[in-house]
Design a protein around this ligand. Structure first.
Ligand SMILES: NC(=O)C1=CN([C@@H]2O[C@H](COP(=O)(O)OP(=O)(O)OC[C@H]3O[C@@H](n4cnc5c(N)ncnc54)[C@H](OP(=O)(O)O)[C@@H]3O)[C@@H](O)[C@H]2O)C=CC1
Ligand SMILES: O=C(O)C1=N[C@H](C(=O)O)C[C@H](O)C1
Length: 252
């Protein structure tokens, strides 16, 4: 059998981390060598001989965790939210000093979600209006979701390239938050509801018609194929890849 990939999971006690621990343990080509929670020293990852790190922690911790991995020559697969453009730029600078290291930051590991965001971006130039509704479990600490931010960025880029105008909106008065957050000109509305896991709708409208692109993750198992794909590919993709679509052939 060829050598297995040695994986450390950060945030191993969390909802996603626990699922990732189980997925890595179940994969024949991967070996779980460390599972860290808040308060555990990152040096444990080195002592355990990990070559790859999965970060599923919190927005406040992820940047330092990934920086530690890069500085020690470890590849990183990152699902944690909070990776602003400024943080990604700083990480790219750090990676320039370690050109052999690969980092994947995936706002969403579910293949259906990645496809839905790509389809939405593709469709957005053909409609006058576009807004996003993201819906999550009430334990989520950040809003809007990383997926919604990424989807809005992709949509905004496609609309700018096609010289589309802003979505029409005659609102003159509104309560705070009534029109959602403005992410690069795309309105994003966040719902937090007991019973939900992770869901998103992109609403596209023109005179007399509407297209809705909806994706639902009913179970965190939906994210695991993407995590495993990332672990298997990240070492062959030095530098920073933002979005799992960077590892998929979406024909664009
Ligand atoms: N990319 C994707 O497909 C997905 C991404 N996510 C994102 O992943 C992140 C985690 O989500 P979720 O699992 O639901 O959140 P949880 O709150 O369930 O898990 C986070 C875990 O990280 C631990 N933690 C906090 N700081 C550190 C640290 N410095 N080192 C190690 N562990 C730490 C927490 O410990 P403690 O409990 O002690 O605070 C907790 O166990 C979020 O940003 C979420 O948005 C979620 C689902 C899918
Ligand atoms: O916190 C979550 O649960 C999720 N977080 C990610 C996000 O913010 O987009 C991915 C998915 O939506 C689940």
């Amino acid at each position: 059998m060829s050598k297995r990939i040695s994986v450390a999971v950060l945030g191993a006690g969390g909802r996603m981390g626990a699922e990732a621990v189980a997925a890595v343990e179940a994969a024949e080509d991967l070996e779980l060598v460390a599972a860290l929670g808040r308060g555990d020293a990152l040096e444990q990852v080195l002592k355990a001989g990990a070559t790859h790190v999965v970060d599923l922690t919190v927005p406040d911790a992820t940047e330092a965790n990934v920086r530690f991995a890069v500085e020690h020559g470890l590849h990183a697969v990152v699902g944690t939210t909070g990776w602003t453009e400024a943080r990604r730029a700083a990480l790219t600078d750090a990676l320039a000093e370690h050109p052999e290291v690969g980092v994947l930051i995936a706002p969403n590991f579910a293949l259906g979600s990645v496809l839905a965001s790509a389809f939405a971006a593709q469709a957005a130039q053909y409609f006058e209006s576009v807004e996003i509704i993201e819906l999550h479990h009430p334990n989520k600490v950040d809003a809007p979701s990383g997926t919604a931010v990424r989807t809005a960025e992709l949509i905004a880029a496609e609309r700018a390239a096609a010289a589309c105008g802003a979505s029409p909106d005659a609102t003159e008065t509104a309560l705070d938050g009534a029109r959602g957050a403005d992410v690069e000109g795309v309105r994003v509305h966040s719902v937090r509801l007991r019973g939900l896991v992770a869901h998103q709708e992109v609403l596209l409208g023109s005179a007399g018609e509407q297209l809705t692109l909806r994706h639902d993750s009913y179970d965190r198992a939906s994210f695991m194929p993407g995590v495993l794909l990332g672990l298997r590919k990240v070492a062959q993709r030095p530098g920073l890849t933002y979005g799992l679509d960077g590892y998929l052939d979406l024909g664009r």
